[in-house]
Design a protein around this ligand. Structure first.
Ligand SMILES: [Zn+2]
Length: 328
């Protein structure tokens, strides 16, 4: 995978190329993307460029032994950490991961689960993975250059794993590069997040379903009411939501609202926003508590699951409005 094969994201590619060319490579980069985005291909292209022996025209050659090994996920100095079920290490799934990458790029979270055969199971990055990584990083790079670690979905780390990893990210061994890919930046341990350079990866062309909703003004009305601490208007907004034509529309609202709440979180943290974030985000962000996006995402996630259970939509949205009002 080289940069020319990455869809869209030319600005991100330029940033990554100049990082390597100038030799000013941060020790931890966190890519933000929607599920199914270009972040993993970008990581592979960056690693190929970093390790390539015949770089030319701001790209890797795709032919030298280093490029080949990175494409096949067999480079001895590049480690991968993916969420698995229970305490199994990513190393046990490398054959499946290689198969997936050779067949489908970009992939989605569901693609990874089905490749690993862990559909429907709780996915975590357990402490054993961090321990194993520490051991791997304690030996010198086998090829004498950079050692790299790609962590897919650092938000799935349990507290023990995150704290152990934090120690390495805080004081990384020389020539170590962490590349993390998050779909839920608000769930990543703040102390890890604060040590990363954050890069927003854009949706490219037909990759992944765009997070859209037919009546975005309903979300705006709800947020305006919340930010004005106007409970009556919150309930009016909730009433309008309960009048949506179908449960599918109600679920689409929850998904859309979660997408927008994540933008509020990013704005509050001073992190880069995607171009479709909308101008209101900057207005809302300072009017919400710092804990609001995370709490509100929990409320929406629950509402979305309740919609599958045939609950009364009017009561559900009224309850949601009350909870959001408490958290704002
Ligand atoms: Zn090469």
């Amino acid at each position: 995978m080289n940069f020319s094969q990455v869809k869209g994201n030319r600005e991100v590619v330029r940033t990554l190329v100049s990082m390597v060319d100038s030799g000013r490579i941060p020790h931890a980069v966190m890519f933000h993307e929607e599920d199914g985005g270009e972040a993993f291909p970008l990581c592979l292209a960056l690693l190929s460029y970093l390790y390539c022996r015949n770089r030319a025209h701001s790209d890797s050659c795709s032919q030298c032994p280093s490029c080949n090994r990175i494409d096949k996920l067999i480079h001895p100095d590049v480690h991968f950490i993916f969420p698995t079920a229970s305490s199994a290490l990513t190393g046990q799934y490398m054959a499946q991961l290689r198969g997936l990458v050779s067949e489908k790029l970009p992939f989605t979270e569901d693609d990874v689960c089905s490749a690993f055969g862990i559909e429907g199971k709780r996915q975590i990055i357990a402490v054993g993975e961090a321990r194993h990584l520490l051991d791997s990083l304690s030996v010198t790079a086998l090829e004498g250059g950079y050692r790299s670690v790609v962590i897919y979905l650092p938000e799935k780390m349990n507290a023990e794993a995150a704290n152990r990893l934090l120690k390495i990210v805080e004081e990384p061994p020389q020539l170590t590069l962490f590349l993390m890919i998050t779909h839920h930046p608000e769930q990543v341990l703040q102390t890890i997040s604060s040590r990363c350079l954050h890069i927003q990866v854009e949706r490219a062309g037909t990759v992944g379903p765009a997070v859209t909703f037919q009546s975005p003004e309903l979300f705006d009305a709800l947020m305006d009411a919340l930010c004005s601490r106007d409970l009556l208007s919150c309930h009016e907004a909730a009433d309008r939501l309960s009048a949506l034509p179908s449960r599918e529309d109600a679920k689409a609202f929850c998904k859309f609202a979660a997408y927008r709440l994540r933008h509020i979180f990013l704005a509050q943290q001073g992190l880069p926003l995607p171009p479709d974030a909308g101008a209101q985000v900057a207005r809302w962000a300072p009017l919400c508590r710092k804990s609001f996006p995370r709490n509100a995402l929990g409320v929406l996630d629950r509402a979305s699951r309740m919609l599958d259970l045939n609950v009364n939509v009017k009561i559900l949205f009224a309850d949601m409005a009350d909870k959001l009002f408490l958290y704002i």
